[in-house]
Design a protein around this ligand. Structure first.
Ligand code: MN
Length: 270
């Protein structure tokens, strides 16, 4: 082999508990395509940024990441793809960080890891019963997951949804939070927590390269505020999803995604 394969951070630290996996899933994107290029661009951006955490002052380079490479989705088949990821994540010893890929991958990750709490940062609720006539899509995965599993779900940042989703959320006790500082009181009693970051949580002015941009989003500082509420909660795993590199011509959305991972690890280490 000539040179080194592209890894998160540019090198592999095999004794790190943070196991990075790419999952270039693109089976059901409904608007702007390109999520299958997400893992590549997040890794590429990660090799050009500093790993010192601005939130905690920790040098995340010292903790490092063990990048295990990509899990291959099954071409055009969402459910088989999800089974593949679930099987792989069940065998990962550590804290898996999955680089997406469309948001439906969180279904597989939560099924594999079974955390007590699921914190989702997302402009959307993904709680429709169907999307464009389909039960299994990137806009319905949380409905399927919460039909199947009992877990505490908190969604922060949602601002684009339909009544059906809000009614279902109420019925299931799914918390919808719009104020970042209120995340803390809702997760403080979680034994462990899985964090899913949909890049459309951020304002499209800061993160234009996403599949379904929604105006009125959040800032990086809002994200850091939310991470402060994770200091005392164990991170079971994390994913960053819905990045769409073809709509990210400046590359800043990929940089933001990479930075978001560094800060989340720092928050968990503090
Ligand atoms: Mn979304």
């Amino acid at each position: 082999m000539i040179g080194e394969p592209l890894t998160f951070g540019g090198y592999r630290k095999e004794n790190s508990k943070y196991k990075v996996l790419g999952f270039p899933l693109e089976a059901t994107t409904t608007f702007r395509e390109g999520t299958k290029w997400g893992p590549y661009e997040i890794r590429r951006a990660s090799t050009y940024i500093e790993f010192r955490s601005s939130l905690t002052g920790l040098d995340v380079d010292e903790i490092g990441f063990d990048d295990l490479g990509d899990v291959a989705p099954v071409l055009g088949n969402l459910r088989e793809s999800l089974k593949a990821l679930e099987g792989i994540l069940k065998g990962v010893n550590g804290v898996p960080i999955t680089l997406g890929g469309e948001h439906s991958l969180t279904y597989a990750a939560v099924k594999a890891l079974r955390p007590e709490c699921l914190l989702i940062l997302d402009a959307h609720l993904d709680l429709r019963d169907e999307c464009m006539g389909q039960k299994w899509t990137h806009a319905t995965w949380l409905r399927r997951l919460t039909e199947e599993l009992e877990l505490r779900v908190i969604v922060a940042g949602a601002r684009a949804y339909v009544r059906e989703e809000v009614e279902y959320a109420k019925k299931k006790g799914i918390k919808i939070i719009t104020e970042p500082s209120l995340v803390s009181e809702n997760i403080s009693r979680c034994k462990d927590l899985y964090l899913s970051l949909d890049m459309d949580f951020f304002d499209p002015a800061l993160a234009p390269g996403v599949s379904n941009p929604e105006p009125g989003g959040y800032s990086f500082n809002d994200y850091l505020t939310i991470l402060q509420s994770l200091y005392k909660v164990e991170l079971a795993g994390m994913d960053v999803v819905e990045l769409s590199p073809p709509y990210d011509p400046s590359g800043v959305t990929a940089v933001l995604a990479a930075r978001a991972i560094v800060e989340a690890v720092a928050a968990n280490e503090l």
